[in-house]
Design a protein around this ligand. Structure first.
Ligand code: APR
Length: 236
């Protein structure tokens, strides 16, 4: 790993594994969400057009569940790093829960959307939302009954890719935490970072589909690996 004291700009990519120890199911682990539900039934625009009730009920259930969960020590350690890191730092999360923010992190970008926002497909407004959408409530901005979960579905383009790629191009260090490397464009960021000269580190429970692209990979639970790594970084 490059000398820590040459590191100024950091990009951290997080996935479902960082929230697993808060009791939020990951997608591809045994018994994970995509074993319980078919992606084609709940996470594509086609599924929403075909059976909106099934899709809305799925996200209503997820939205309710995340509000009963608490950030874990991995979220807390990243929030501490965010508060204390003097250089550039961006937490790019694939997660649609709000646990990074509830732990206190501020420099967070949700590339796959957020459960606690509803998106009106009539007026394009995004509204804070903690309740359900199954009864097709009116949009708070325009009144249309055209709200959908503000989650990026398969086949849709992730959010704010320009900002993400600009940050990756400037990064001295790229760290991936709790993601399987199964989904692009997120899974391609490590190679982009390497090509821009960044050092790369993977913190994951097990080897991922992208482990070979990282300079260094550490295996273990995020609740242990992340606080230890943050201590290491802040002590240099
Ligand atoms: N600590 C660290 N890593 C963990 C832990 C843990 N406690 N528990 C699980 N993991 C790791 C798993 O080993 C796996 O590599 O987290 C990863 C989770 O992988 P996925 O379930 O595939 O989730 P993710 O990579 O975030 O999925 C990417 O796919 O389904 C879509 O849009 C959805 O954002 C999601 C995207």
């Amino acid at each position: 790993m490059a000398a820590m004291n040459n590191i100024r700009n950091i990009v951290i990519l997080t996935g479902a594994g960082v929230s697993a120890e808060s009791g939020i199911d990951t997608f591809r682990s045994e018994g994970g969400l995509w074993e319980q539900h078919r992606v084609e039934d709940v996470a594509t625009p086609e599924a929403f057009a075909r059976d909106p009730e099934l899709v809305l009920r799925f996200y209503d259930m997820r939205r309710e569940a995340i509000q009963t969960k608490q950030p874990n020590s991995a979220h807390e350690a990243l929030a501490r790093l965010d508060a204390e890191w003097p250089g550039e730092l961006l937490i790019v999360t694939q997660n649609v829960d709000d646990l990074h923010e509830r732990a206190g992190a501020r420099r967070v970008l949700h590339m796959h959307g957020e459960h606690l926002l509803a998106w009106c497909t009539a007026c394009d407004t995004r509204s804070p939302w903690t309740g359900t959408l199954i009864d097709r409530p009116p949009c708070p901005a325009c009144g249309a009954r055209a709200l959908r979960p503000d989650v990026v579905w398969f086949g849709e383009v992730p959010y704010r890719m320009d900002e993400i790629m600009a940050a990756v191009a400037q990064a001295d260090l790229f760290v991936s935490i709790g993601t399987s490397g199964a989904v692009y464009p997120a899974a391609g960021l490590v190679r982009m970072a390497s090509e821009s000269g960044a050092a790369t580190l993977e913190l994951n429970l097990e080897r991922s589909q992208g482990t070979r692209w990282f300079d260094e990979a550490r295996q273990g639970p995020a609740s242990e690996l992340v606080p230890a790594w943050v201590d290491e970084l802040l002590s240099t």
